[in-house]
Design a protein around this ligand. Structure first.
Ligand code: GLU
Length: 470
């Protein structure tokens, strides 16, 4: 049997890192088992729709390199299945359950349900429907449904328990007593998530449902739906929660969880995917840097942990740095381009000089700025390093040397500075800080030989003179 998995987001906002992880695990699982990965937009809750969410979702999956294997659209460029275009299918299935007695019409008004909820809260018991309409005969209910507003509810068994085996959580059990008579069709005729999700997973022949842990409590309802329809349920894997380093739940409110934000801040898609893969899964050997191809090879759903996965931004930055180092020079230059000033003419050697220094593509701007600023902008540390007599002595000697320099090069400059160091009995920072400060306005930065080669004699002279004039 072909492995078939789906990513089934509701278009209620931007794709966030948790969603990307769910999509990625599904996609990796499909790739690993020669299976099919589909995208299904679960948009039956019309009140929660966010304009533009689907487009943003598609563009982020594309950015991450997670291609869809099947769906409406042309070969190689498939689109998602969309639930709001399949409403009749869910209606028919609800009718099937009504006819079989596994679902019933409920005519309770919003006011009644509100009062019920209040009463239950006061009594300190679980808030759930009291099954008031479950006893109405099906003939009567059928008649009333023709004229009265209603919903359709699932008639959950009243006692006993249900168990199932989750790939990650192993055996899980639920008491039926704790399960509410879930609404399947709402007053507006739209199905709820539960009905549409189960019906589609069956019709789309999904073999493995891989999704966030927040859906675990829905399992008894889903399993009862499978049972009522007489369908074999797929295999389930519920992924651990994502946590902040203080172990609080990583929520959208804490900002910066939209994948788009990460892209805009200068994270590479391959780094993002690598990092997200490690949120709840790790290889036996604890390797931490993976390409997408290596992830397909290494990923094992059975090794996903149960406990919450900590979202550690420092680790993300480190992984991003590793992927930045691995880029061919041209790709690195192209990747930083959107983060730089259009007027900057960045050469290959400038880009190469900072490639080992940045962890975020957006850092490149700050790292390269001194190449283009004229006059040079000194940061406070650099300014301080230029102010004492010793520094001035070093710089004026350097200027004299530069004035008489022939066949100037970065390498020649290095030798020049070394001999000044001998003259002054200085080396290391004491020698180099004033020189770097004069030439770059900073105390740290890329290799000085590269910088000097890039600048040439005149510009170096000019900058040393300017520092002396401070
Ligand atoms: N539409 C649900 C969501 O937004 C899908 C959950 C599932 O995968 O079953 O997460």
């Amino acid at each position: 049997m072909t492995t078939r998995v789906r990513f089934a987001p509701s278009p209620t906002g931007y794709l966030h890192v948790g969603g990307l992880r769910t999509a990625l695990y599904n996609w990796l699982f499909a790739r690993k088992h020669g299976g099919v990965f589909i995208l299904r937009i679960e948009d039956t809750d019309q009140s929660r729709q966010v304009e533009g969410a689907v487009d943003s979702l598609l563009s982020m999956l594309d950015w991450a390199g997670l291609k869809i294997d099947e769906g409406p659209g042309l070969g190689g460029d498939y689109g998602p299945y969309v639930q709001s275009e399949r409403l009749e299918i869910y209606q028919q299935h609800a009718e099937q359950l009504l006819a079989g007695g596994q679902a019933y019409y409920c005519f309770c008004s919003t006011e009644r349900l509100e009062q019920l909820r209040e009463r239950q809260k006061k009594m300190g018991i679980n808030v759930r429907y009291d099954r008031h309409c479950r006893t109405i005969s099906s003939d009567e209910a059928e008649k009333r449904a023709a004229g009265e507003p209603h919903v359709v509810r699932l008639a959950i068994p009243e006692a006993g328990r249900i168990t199932f085996k989750d790939i990650i959580r192993k055996k899980v059990a639920f008491e039926w007593q704790t399960v509410d008579d879930q609404v399947l069709i709402k007053g507006d005729g739209f199905p709820t998530y539960h009905l549409a999700n189960v019906v589609d997973d069956h019709l789309m022949e999904i073999t493995h449902v891989i999704r966030g842990e927040e859906w675990l409590p829905s399992m008894p309802k889903h399993l009862y739906l499978y049972q009522s329809f007489g369908w074999e349920p797929p295999t389930f894997a519920h992924l651990p929660l994502l946590l902040n380093p203080d172990r609080s739940k990583l929520s959208k409110r804490q900002g910066h969880v939209a994948v788009e934000d990460y892209r805009d801040q200068g994270y590479l898609p391959e780094a993002m995917v690598n990092f997200v893969a490690l949120l709840g899964w790790h290889e036996q050997g604890n390797r931490e840097v993976f390409t997408l191809a290596e992830l397909i090879e290494a990923f094992e759903i059975g090794r996903v942990q149960k406990g919450g996965a900590i979202f550690n931004t420092e680790k993300l930055d480190w992984i991003n740095g590793q992927h930045i180092r691995a880029l061919p020079a041209e790709q690195f230059r192209a990747a930083i381009a959107p983060h730089l000033d259009n007027a900057w003419d960045v050469t290959d050697s400038m880009a190469a000089a900072i490639q080992t220094k940045v962890n975020l593509l957006s850092d490149a701007r700050d790292q390269l700025a001194f190449f283009f600023q004229d006059p040079v902008v000194y940061d406070p540390d650099a300014k301080a390093a230029l102010s004492d007599a010793m520094s001035r002595g070093i710089l004026s000697t350097l200027l004299t040397n530069l004035d008489s320099a022939k066949n100037f090069s970065g390498k020649g400059f290095l030798d020049m500075v070394k001999s000044i160091g001998e003259e002054f009995s200085l080396k290391g920072r004491e020698l180099w800080h004033p020189i770097r400060a004069a030439i770059t306005g900073r105390l740290a930065g890329p290799d000085i030989v590269t910088i000097v080669d890039e600048f040439g004699l005149e510009k170096c002279r000019h900058r040393v003179r300017a520092a002396l004039d401070l």
